[in-house]
Design a protein around this ligand. Structure first.
Ligand SMILES: [Zn+2]
Length: 262
């Protein structure tokens, strides 16, 4: 993997500033963890911009990569920081299982920086964007004590200038971690619904559905479909259809996955 050192320096400097100015050092600082690890922010060409899978330079184009070209996806663009491995995997697990909220905000800000670059490339005004976290059920929140994805989404919202919106609610069911990959799509089918009281005008032009990790893509796909159901393409004819993107801190590879939307 080619390293993007100048971008990494800016990323690390931003992480230091974020933590010093308003997060405090109540958890292992993101900047230190990144500096002490061999991890470096990957180049955007390292992943397919359509499905988010690791593809490598020239292995994907506007139509996607070999893994997604024949699949219909409920989002049009995918933004990620890297693969679910090494320090990035450790950071995600610490946010999720050790309740390191400040770490979630900080890595969310890094993802927000990457989103902002993608908005600029697509000529999208961040003020017309909502960042929507994939929600957990109320019962899961009580068990875990932290809505880690919401922490990450809040950080992303702060750094890219898009609005944070808890647009989705989730009914309780088995965690995806307890379900074999082939059953994950069925496990999350129908569990998401749009919270109508959150829907306010003006409508966004783009909704970015954000999760901590994308594995098979089933969870993000179910969340995107719930949103599309409430915002059908013809609903806002004067403003044009609401676009949907997906984003995740990390993407996990799964050798027996049939595809990113499975
Ligand atoms: Zn792809």
């Amino acid at each position: 993997m080619k390293l993007d050192r100048p971008t990494m320096s800016r990323l690390t400097a931003a992480a230091v500033e974020i933590e010093r100015s308003w997060l405090g050092f109540s958890c292992p600082p993101l900047s230190e963890r990144l500096r002490m690890s061999p991890w470096s922010l990957e180049e955007r060409a390292a992943a397919c911009a359509r499905c988010g899978a690791t593809s490598g330079p020239n292995a994907s184009d506007g139509e996607g990569c070999a893994a997604c070209r024949d699949h219909k996806l409920p989002w049009e663009h995918f933004v990620r920081l890297g693969e679910y491995e090494g320090v990035l995997g450790e950071i995600v697990r610490d946010i999720k299982f050790k309740r390191f909220r400040t770490l979630g905000l900080a890595i969310g800000q890094c993802l927000g920086d990457r989103l902002l670059t993608a908005f600029e490339s697509a000529s999208i005004d961040p003020q017309t964007v909502w960042i929507v976290p994939v929600p957990m059920s109320r019962r899961r929140f009580v068990e875990r004590g932290v809505d880690h994805t919401a922490c990450i989404a809040r950080g992303a919202s702060k750094s890219c200038g898009a609005a944070f919106a808890r647009l989705l609610a989730r009914s309780h069911g088995s965690t995806q971690l307890a379900v074999v990959p082939s059953d994950r799509s069925r496990n999350v089918s129908g569990v998401f619904r749009v919270r109508n009281r959150v829907v306010r005008r003006p409508h966004p032009r783009l909704i970015v559905v954000l999760d901590d990790v994308r594995t098979t893509g089933s969870t993000l796909a179910a969340a995107c479909r719930a949103i599309r159901k409430s915002f059908p393409r013809q609903q806002v004819p004067l403003e044009g259809p609401i676009r949907i993107w997906s984003a995740a801190v990390a993407v996990a590879s799964l050798s027996n996955s049939r595809g990113p939307g499975s």
